[in-house]
Design a protein around this ligand. Sequence first.
Ligand code: FES
Length: 410
Amino acid sequence: MKISVKGPARDLAAFFLLGARRRRHFRRATSAPPAAGAMNRLAEKLHPGRLELAVESVRFETPDTRTFRLTRHGGGELPYFRAGQYLSLKPDIAGNRITRPYSITSLPENALDPGFYEITIRKRDGGFFTGHVWETWEAGSRIESSGPLGWFGYEPLRDAKNLVFLAGGCGITPFKPMAADILGSFPDVTILLLYGITDRGSIIFKDDLSAIEEAYPARFRVVYVDSGPAASGCDDRRVFETGFIDRRIIARYVSSPRDATFYVCGPPAMHRLVESEVGSFGLAPGRIRREAAGDTIDVAAEPGYPAEKHGRQYRLTVHSAGGICTIPARAAESVLQSLERAGLAPPSECRSGECGYCRSKLLSGKIYGINNHHGRRMADAGFGYFHPCSSYPLSDLEISVPVDPFVRRT
Ligand code: FES
């Protein structure tokens, strides 16, 4: 649009005529859909709904943790991303189509040249998905995935210049690329990583973190916080504390917590502990950034969950794709898990209540929503919408779920 200034009187007259001119343009406009322009093509390239990936190689990080290097099936660049983002993988396991979010552990520039992402997965005892990965993923395996997603990244306009990363176990995964990328891009930023571990012999990314410390000795420091039986001290030049990441340990290394931005990623129990400890410093809103990292493993441990409901089973009446059916739903599982088991899952990406892709409507019944990351908009909550990935049935439910546009239905 051309904008020119012609003086107060003529500009005022032009302003009053704006509405009439706009209505004239609307009358003349064609009703045909616009052709996909350059911006649409760029948006699709940067934010594809789906990616077809292939495993290029696999390497061990620890005995129970592997890093998978993924390339675009058929070759070529991958969408650029921001360090801290994740991929939502879409495996079909024994007829169940599920989703699992995993942080990208390679650097953003690796997506362009030579064109790969890496994800790092720790095997869980009895884990439905990780068991499948361990048995079937090898070089050449094909994997469907979302494009890069999530908001767990550094924002120079929003965040402080002193960053404190609080990681627990495999919650370290987003922090490795974030540390390297932020330190390389912002010379005035310093980062302290407090890394909760349980076994000093099995630390994910130990050597990578040491390499980043050596590259930025004045700006990056790693302190391991060991809740296993070993005593505190230094080992191989690495600093160890004993116990859990709490206010005492944070205060020992962060001289002015109110001048820092804290990032938290780890298991739910660590989120609960760390957020109350960090919150006790009286930080300004927005100074704690969280990555919830997928399903809640034990809803009974969540604050306010009615323990007497835990072992129950309910009926879920589901309106989907123009039909209605009734399926069983366990109180201990999220509504999304019950829908996936029945092949009725709505689209989902984060599995922790944040992205909103699984947004569905609660027509009747009662649910428990995970407080920390039940990320509904206020209007959604008011009009009965909920996120099945972070909601658990407390009674029989009747719900309406959207159809995943990427799932072919027969
Ligand atoms: S999958 Fe992200 S909010 Fe449910």
